[in-house]
Design a protein around this ligand. Structure first.
Ligand code: FE2
Length: 200
């Protein structure tokens, strides 16, 4: 998908899906990122960061409880540094921001019957601008990314290597995985990199 079309769709709908074969992250970098992500330890989560109902395993790279912080640093730093160096300029262009930081990053592993309940990302941090979701799941059914905007519902079906960019002010959920495993790498972009103002 052309950069101008990505920008246009994001502006118009608040969410854009860039198909796997059109992904601007090089295959070499994608493979490197994917390999590292699978080595990070997992934890089981039933309540999400925005207070939503969850049923997922999570590997954390960056947490944002009081402020952004790298965790599992040995592995996560390689991924975050690579994204910052090679791809943050691209994201700045897409979302039309001069200042942009990755504030939180994690991998969500969703098996059959897993889901992420309806929520707003700004409930976990009011300064989140966009969520970026890189799809690492190969073969799965269900697990759609569903957004709710202006009383209408839009369903995105992310394929392997695809990217979703979604405005954090838009409520969304991940529908129940029917079969296979859905694995996604999620990070949140913000123009602010200090204290999480949720606690104020
Ligand atoms: Fe979310």
């Amino acid at each position: 998908m052309q950069l101008q079309l990505i920008k246009k769709n994001l502006k118009k709908f608040g969410t854009v899906l860039i198909k796997g074969k059109e992904n601007f992250i090089s295959l070499k970098d994608f493979n490197k990122i994917e390999k590292i992500l699978h080595k990070i330890p997992k934890e089981y989560v039933t309540i999400g960061d925005a207070g939503e109902k969850n049923n997922v395993n999570v590997s954390r790279l960056m947490t944002d409880i009081d402020k952004p912080k790298l965790v599992n640093k040995k592995l996560s730093k390689v991924v975050i540094d690579l994204l910052n160096k090679e791809y943050l300029p691209k994201f700045k262009n897409i979302v039309s921001k001069k200042k942009l930081f990755i504030r939180r990053a994690q991998v969500n592993f969703m098996k059959k019957n897993s889901f992420v309940g309806y929520h707003l990302d700004i409930d976990s941090n009011p300064d989140y601008l966009y969520a970026v979701i890189l799809q690492l799941g190969h073969k799965y059914s269900g697990g759609n990314y569903v957004v709710y905007k202006n009383n209408s519902k839009k369903t995105f079906k992310p394929d392997y290597r695809s990217i979703i960019i979604s405005d954090c002010k838009i409520p969304h959920e991940v529908s129940k995985v029917i079969d296979g495993q859905r694995t996604s790498f999620v990070f949140f972009l913000s123009s602010y990199f200090s204290k999480n103002k949720r606690n104020n």
